[in-house]
Design a protein around this ligand. Structure first.
Ligand SMILES: C[S@@+](CC[C@H](N)C(=O)[O-])C[C@H]1O[C@@H](n2cnc3c(N)ncnc32)[C@H](O)[C@@H]1O
Length: 213
């Protein structure tokens, strides 16, 4: 979901630094070959993830929800030389597609792919993180936050996607709309978290940045 006029988004893309050819091909092939291409991060969001990563120069990144690996490659652009990005995807059928593109990246040796439910895999990754990108399993966002905050370094940033949920966060959710309820709870919990400073940006479907104090 985009809240801004298509023409303005095109203008913003035209006046921002370009994504790599590898990312362009990944976007095209995801749209042609993979189910639910709407899950892919947008071009502007990808450039934003890359920019934040280059500012922070992370040693360790965690991404929850790899999908076809677009966000992984964008975030990897700012990694330190010996840094690592751990990315978790529950759908193992996406692994070959991800690998095809990861192999072509100059960060290929810094990407650790994990297949399985992030809720369990996170506990097996023995690292503290400079950046966490939360982009899967909306109904569990508060649970992920509780798992992640203790593992975030001081000054580290949690980036949470889809926090405006196509605008549904403004409405009273239907009884069985668990995702909207979960995101409403997540947004207020983040805002009031004593260890986090948060800004909710109306980029695409809503992107929250939370810095650990
Ligand atoms: C919105 S997509 C991720 C998009 C990607 N981060 C990007 O920037 O292009 C969400 C992905 O999370 C995966 N997913 C859903 N529940 C999950 C879980 N519990 N653990 C790990 N991955 C999960 C889905 O299969 C899907 O591929």
């Amino acid at each position: 979901m985009e809240f801004i006029d298509e023409a303005l988004i095109e203008y913003a893309i035209k006046n921002s630094s370009e994504e790599s050819d590898l990312l362009k091909i990944l976007r095209k092939e995801t749209n042609q070959k993979i189910l639910h291409p709407r899950m892919l991060s947008s071009t502007i969001q990808g450039r934003f993830l890359s920019f934040i990563s280059k500012l922070i120069m992370p040693k360790n990144i965690l991404e929850i929800g790899t999908y076809t690996g677009y966000g992984t490659l964008c975030l990897s652009e700012g990694l330190q030389k010996n840094g690592k990005i751990h990315t978790i995807e529950i759908n193992e059928e996406l692994k070959d597609f991800q690998n095809h593109f990861f192999r072509q990246s100059d960060k290929k040796n810094q990407i650790n792919q994990h297949v399985g439910n992030a809720m369990y895999i996170i506990e097996q990754i023995n690292e503290e993180f400079d950046i966490v990108f939360l982009d899967a399993d909306k109904s569990n966002y508060v649970n992920y936050m509780n798992l992640i905050v203790p593992r975030l370094k001081k000054g580290g940033v949690l980036i949470s996607d889809n926090v405006l949920w196509s605008g549904k966060v403004l409405q009273k959710p239907e009884k069985n709309d668990l995702d909207t309820k979960a995101l409403q709870k997540f947004n207020t919990t983040l805002k009031n978290h004593s260890e986090l400073e948060t800004i909710l940006l109306p980029i695409r479907d809503g992107l929250s940045l939370s810095r650990k104090l």
